[in-house]
Design a protein around this ligand. Structure first.
Ligand SMILES: *Cc1c(COP(=O)(O)O)cnc(C)c1O
Length: 466
């Protein structure tokens, strides 16, 4: 048997990695110069690296390992499904039990009349599916001109051409361009962009941009709006409470489709099964991935409402699909993951135990001289680093300089906490216990202290002039 273990010393593995492995979203030469950290094991919220260090994973991998690492049931289900039926497609009038059972389960869990599931291999693929689905929907309804999708600047919807175009991240657009028919409005990021407005007024103003954009383009050209209930990769930007109700009102008024990208916010992350429930959003389509399988298998999908599914079906064959749509092993693992989430009351654990416990400690981080605001919804949190809290000031240094330095301190202190620009973000496994939250906070404080001392020593605690 080909046992993949860490059979070589760390330095040799790092050299092979640098020589042959192209990392996603990575400066290859920068990484090669210092060597990637090699993770070897995971259990609960803990990772072990090739040097035997035990690291607390404040990011649940990439926001996905909701039930925590090392769940034997998921390994067993995968092995059993591979022996029974390792693969079959769902294209040509065939199906299989894992895809059927998972689709039915998702229809049961998803709110409202979101009753139909189109499977993909990832969140990016699912959003590519959504672009085609909403355009097909209007085509079948005899309005093929309605094809523009409105999204937000600094949104993240994946990194394929479609997903990257829906996303509003200029560095991604700069590498390879964008597809046509996507328009971006401003994000509801009060701390960074709210100026003198109150949070509530700012939330309304940013939502109203959707209406302005629809009127500018003409409602006969607009197919849909897409947004993450909470922007994740953009820095865990929690919108003001006025934002989503106004977006919903505008989508309803103009009859455009609403897509909630729930890739991060789904499956318990916000203390409900879906972020749409937390924010009172009624989407026509939800994008799912990540926590759907807790990352144990690559799988994503679109949960589609009755009306959209009915219209698309009326159009006859929909020329779209992936070899691995509804892959039986991935579907079986996802189904078992949902069973664990449900039977172990993990969503309730987030809502009633982990969130309230973390919230108090997370908010207290604003006492630290480096920390401006702290946001936490369920187990998705962020803090803004600032040289001047009262002014919500940015640093004079290039955005991300302070965040990166702080992240390096976290990494050195065996805490995985990411930075987006100069915001620090967390999204730990949903099974995190109060005792583990104490460790996370203790390491975060130590890292903030060290970062603050080094920034001070280097004269970097300087606000940008406005
Ligand atoms: C991660 C993410 C995606 C992309 O999912 P992949 O599985 O990486 O393709 C899409 N939308 C959101 C909100 C995400 O966080």
């Amino acid at each position: 048997m080909n046992m993949i273990t860490n059979h070589l010393p760390t330095a040799e593995l790092q050299a092979l990695d640098a020589a042959h492995h192209m990392h996603p979203f990575t400066d290859a030469n920068g990484l090669a110069a210092k060597g990637a950290r090699i993770m070897t094991r995971g259990k609960g919220v803990w990772l072990t690296d090739s040097e035997g260090q035990k690291i607390i994973d404040g990011m649940a991998g990439l926001w996905c390992v909701n039930v925590g690492y090392g769940r034997k049931e998921l390994a067993e289900v995968a092995a059993r499904q591979m022996e029974e039926l390792a693969y079959y497609n769902t294209f040509f009038q065939t199906t299989h039990v894992p895809a059927i059972a998972l689709a039915a389960k998702l229809a049961e869990l998803a709110p409202g009349d979101l009753n139909h599931v189109f499977f993909a291999g990832s969140g990016s693929e699912a959003n590519d599916t959504n672009i085609r689905l909403v355009r097909r929907y209007w085509q079948v309804k005899g309005m093929p001109e309605k094809r523009v999708i409105i999204a937000r600047k600094n949104g993240y919807h994946g990194s394929t051409m479609g997903g990257g175009s829906l996303g509003g991240m200029a560095p991604i657009h700069a590498h390879g361009g964008m597809i046509d028919g996507i328009e971006h409005i401003d994000q509801p990021y009060w701390w960074g962009e709210g100026g003198e407005m109150t949070e509530d007024d700012f939330g309304l103003a940013r939502a109203k941009q959707l209406e302005e954009k629809i009127l500018e383009l003409g409602v006969d050209k607009v197919a849909a709006f897409i947004g993450e209930p909470i922007q994740g990769a953009g820095g865990v930007i929690v919108p003001p409470k006025t934002y989503w109700p106004e977006i919903q009102r505008i989508c309803d008024k103009y009859g455009i489709l609403l897509i909630a990208d729930e890739v991060i916010t789904g499956f318990g992350r916000t203390g409900n099964w879906f972020g749409s429930q937390t924010f009172g959003i009624k989407p026509h389509i939800m994008t799912i991935a990540k926590g759907l399988s807790s990352g144990y298998q690559p799988i994503g999908g679109s949960i589609v409402c009755d009306e959209v599914a009915r219209v698309v079906a009326e159009g006859g064959e929909f020329f779209h699909g992936y070899t691995y749509s509804g892959h039986p092993v991935a579907a079986a693992v996802a189904l078992e993951n949902l069973r664990i989430l449900q039977e172990e009351h993990i969503v309730e654990h987030v809502r009633d135990v982990a969130h309230p416990y973390l919230k108090e400690r997370w908010d207290a981080l604003t006492e630290h001289p480096l920390v401006g605001e702290a946001k936490l919804v369920g187990l998705m949190g962020s803090i803004a680093l600032t040289p001047d809290k009262a002014k919500r000031a940015k640093f004079a240094s290039e955005s991300g300089t302070v965040g990166f330095r702080t992240r390096e301190r976290c990494f050195a202190n065996n805490l995985i906490m990411r930075h987006v620009g100069d915001r620090m973000i967390i999204s730990p496994p949903l099974v995190i216990t109060p005792a583990e939250i104490d460790i996370l906070i203790e390491r975060a404080r130590k890292s903030l202290d060290e970062s603050y001392a080094s920034l001070k020593a280097d004269g970097l605690l300087v606000a940008k002039a406005d």
